[in-house]
Design a protein around this ligand. Structure first.
Ligand SMILES: Nc1ncnc2c1ncn2[C@@H]1O[C@H](COP(=O)(O)OP(=O)(O)OP(=O)(O)O)[C@@H](O)[C@H]1O
Ligand SMILES: [Mg+2]
Length: 358
């Protein structure tokens, strides 16, 4: 089995480091505060929180806002979460207080309950209030409930008034913690940093960074197939240099390199072969993306692919470059860490190779 994993939440042996971050999350969840966890895509937010929840052993409900269709659907999903934590017998009398009755049916396939509300239009907020109210009722002082709202940057897409409704309810609740998670830094910033936003300065903010180089380095070397230690270190260095220690892409490239070493007996450099393979695989997607982009954006991405600073480009006014970078960050193609960098290093490689066709 490939010892590297990417694409989903990583747990157990696939999860490395994050010791300080886990401690920070734990302290916060021990208090009455709410957590706002932000990072670029695929830095490991969901994995970190999953691990923290496992460590606390407290009851939790996780909602993925990407999968929430409407306000009443959010109410239904929260209820489903409650039903996973408690027996029907306990909940029955609490549900009689609901002003709008949910549809509840037992699903023998999943051995769980299917819960939904009919489309409610303006009454959806009533269903949400009741579902959120139930959370307050089931939390216990010695075992406080944690509610995780993942991909929270989607909140305004679900309904323009949802953020306001949530905030109005949550601010009166006690004895439970909320964790708001999101990527697309700018959207999360708008939600939590804009004075006019209902969630302005709500909760404790934590920006998740990359995993430290040394930890990732030993994570990779310890999992590569049997070979001289020097050789392993060379491979790990090449991988991390290419990915700039991005958690997801480092695991992806390590997995591809592992496969090449194990199954195709490379003649040349295994990491280079793995990179080439990944770039070829995404060739069509990258081309489509490239064609759809403005020329200014292409110039900036080319600079970043070459590891040069786009702001030194004299062929465009600095203000143009700056607003283009901001736009690319918002769209997720560029991320800001210590400096601006390309989100996807394989796309960077593609740009360098295909440069002549620009
Ligand atoms: N602690 C870790 N140790 C090793 N690899 C990790 C760790 N955290 C994240 N990764 C790598 O990054 C990938 C993405 O992690 P995760 O899904 O938790 O990130 P995310 O920030 O929630 O992403 P998204 O923005 O897509 O929601 C994982 O599949 C894994 O390959
Ligand atoms: Mg996630």
């Amino acid at each position: 089995m490939n010892p590297f994993k990417f694409g989903t939440i990583v747990q157990g042996e696939f999860f490395t480091d994050r010791i300080e971050e886990l401690e920070h999350v734990r302290q916060l969840l021990d208090s009455e505060n709410h957590l706002v966890l932000i990072s670029p895509r695929r830095f490991g937010k969901s994995s970190l929180i999953a691990k923290a929840l496992q460590q606390t052993g407290r009851p939790s409900i996780t909602i993925d806002f990407m999968k929430v269709l409407s306000t009443e659907d959010l109410a239904a999903q929260l209820l489903s979460g409650v039903f996973r934590l408690h027996k029907m017998e306990k909940l029955k009398h609490l549900l009689t207080h609901f002003r709008i009755a949910p549809n509840i049916s037992y699903n023998p396939m999943t051995e769980g309950w299917d819960i939904s509300f009919m489309p409610l239009m303006e009454k959806a907020s009533v269903a949400l209030e009741d579902a959120m109210g139930l959370l307050q009722k089931i939390t216990a002082p010695e075992n406080r409930l944690i509610v995780v709202l993942d991909e929270f940057q989607e909140v305004n897409e679900i309904s323009p008034s949802l953020a306001k409704q949530l905030r109005a309810i949550i601010q009166h609740q006690e004895g439970l913690n909320y964790v708001f998670m999101g990527s697309q830094e700018s959207m999360m910033n708008e939600i939590f940093e804009k004075k006019k936003s209902p969630f302005y300065h709500f909760g404790q903010r934590m920006n998740l960074k990359k995993i430290p180089y040394a930890d990732f380095f030993s994570y990779i070397t310890s999992r590569l197939p049997e070979m001289a230690q020097e050789e392993k270190e060379k491979i790990a260095t090449e991988i991390l240099q290419f990915t700039n220690v991005h958690p997801y892409y480092s695991q992806q490239l390590a997995a591809a390199t592992y496969n090449i070493i194990m199954y195709s007996h490379p003649t040349g450099n295994a990491v280079s072969e793995a990179i080439k393979q990944q770039v070829d695989e995404h060739d069509l997607d990258y081309e489509r993306l490239w064609i759809s982009m403005k020329r200014t954006d292409r110039k900036i991405l080319t600079h970043l692919a070459r590891k040069s600073n786009p702001l030194t480009d004299r062929s465009m006014p600095t203000s143009t470059t700056f607003s283009a970078i901001k736009r690319l960050v918002k769209q997720g193609y560029v991320i800001k860490t210590a400096a601006y960098e390309l989100e996807d290093p394989f796309f960077g490689e593609w740009i360098l190779q295909d440069k002549a066709n620009m």
